[in-house]
Design a protein around this ligand. Structure first.
Ligand code: AMP
Ligand code: P6P
Length: 338
């Protein structure tokens, strides 16, 4: 019987690979683990207390806010504010970034981006939802408060990234650029325990994941690739919760696509706190993550906290095949029908 390795033990162990490390990143990662446990507690009992449903407001990006969204957002912000290792936060739920005063953050050198509860429209029907996070080293002068440029960094600058999926079990998956590991929450001891060591995505899988309802609104090259997946008898799996769809893709192989549509000409998913962190994890597991224009997600220079991006992410061989379809069938923009 393998000895239990808790998330805290694992994080502390990994710090030893960096003799010069002060323990700041370790502290921040552990605080994210604590926040995940707090959010998990409420997600698991959401049906029993009055935090289901909508709170009637809209968030910074116009999406209807679920009560659990706001709860998760508040808990994550509280944990990071108290951490002392984070000097600023950017959340899907907040229009601008949240500087954490140096008296609390001891001139910390990290900023955190997160989607506190992705897929939250599924909460009321008991479908898995998730938290997505990314950690950057600040690039502004440490003597002052954090600045917008600390958050608008390319995904290649991420120091760490990961997600928590609140499903049949609660699993935290993260990377710091040296592989990907997964930790399952054991509620009997209240600890995330190492359950998926050194995760590697299969080179290809039997699933493709896309909202088929938008098929007729996709560009021709996307429709041709989706037809190809269907011709191969691949199985369509689309949960409508990005963390859940990516988690399945990571473990079983496959490809997830959210192309541009008329409603979302830039794509729907957010670059900073959805696409980049998940792209970092999937690339570290041996997968690929590109836009429908074939640009590497992690290389994109963000210009806005909430900018949207098209994304195709998953098994490397399947991404390569999809690229061939784009190269073969894409029509130059000036000839595309509006
Ligand atoms: P720190 O002094 O704690 O901010 O760590 C400095 C750098 O060492 C971090 O930015 C990481 O690149 C690396 N590092 C420190 N602690 C850890 C850890 N627990 N896991 C992975 N990398 C770490
Ligand atoms: P659609 C959830 O609202 C979300 O942001 C992602 O979690 C999910 O992948 C996507 O939107 C689903 O969008 O347009 O297919 O309902």
């Amino acid at each position: 019987m393998n000895r239990i390795v808790t998330l805290d033990e694992f994080i502390i162990q990994k710090q030893k690979d960096f003799a010069y490390a002060s323990g700041e990143l370790t502290g921040l990662l552990r605080d994210i683990g604590v926040a995940a446990k707090i959010v998990n507690r409420e997600v698991n009992k959401a049906g029993l207390v009055n935090i289901l449903g909508e709170d009637g407001s809209a968030n910074a990006t116009g999406d209807t806010v679920q009560k659990l969204d706001m709860y998760a957002n508040e808990k994550l912000i509280d944990c990071l504010k108290n951490s002392g290792e984070c000097c600023g936060i950017a959340s899907e739920e907040n229009e601008s970034f949240i500087p954490i005063p140096s008296v609390e953050s001891k001139n910390a050198k990290y900023v955190v981006v997160f989607d506190p509860l992705d897929g939250s429209s599924n909460i009321d029907v008991n479908v898995s939802v998730g938290t997505i996070f990314g950690i950057y080293r600040r690039i502004s002068d440490v003597s002052g408060p954090c600045e917008m440029k600390d958050f608008l960094q390319k995904g290649t600058e991420l120091v760490a990234a990961g997600y928590v999926i609140y499903g049949t079990s609660t699993i935290l998956v993260y990377t710091t650029g040296r592989g990907v590991n997964g930790f399952t929450l054991d509620p009997t001891i209240g600890e995330f325990c190492l359950s998926h060591k050194d995760i590697k995505i299969p080179n290809r899988g039997q699933y493709y994941s896309v909202n088929q309802g938008y098929y007729l609104k996709f560009d021709v090259e996307m429709r041709r690739y989706i037809d190809y997946c269907s011709d191969l008898n691949l199985r369509l799996r689309y949960i409508g919760s990005m963390v859940s769809d990516i988690h399945r893709t990571l473990f079983q192989g496959g490809i997830f696509l959210y192309p541009n549509t008329r409603k979302y000409p830039q794509g729907k998913l957010r670059l900073l706190y959805e696409c980049n962190p998940l792209a970092f994890v999937v690339e570290q597991a041996g997968g690929k993550a590109i836009t429908t224009q074939l640009n590497r997600i992690l290389d994109i220079e963000p210009s806005d906290l909430h900018e949207r991006q098209t994304i195709v992410i998953g098994s490397p061989d399947m991404i390569d095949e999809m690229k061939e379809f784009v190269e073969r069938y894409s029509v130059p923009a000036y000839t595309k029908a509006t």
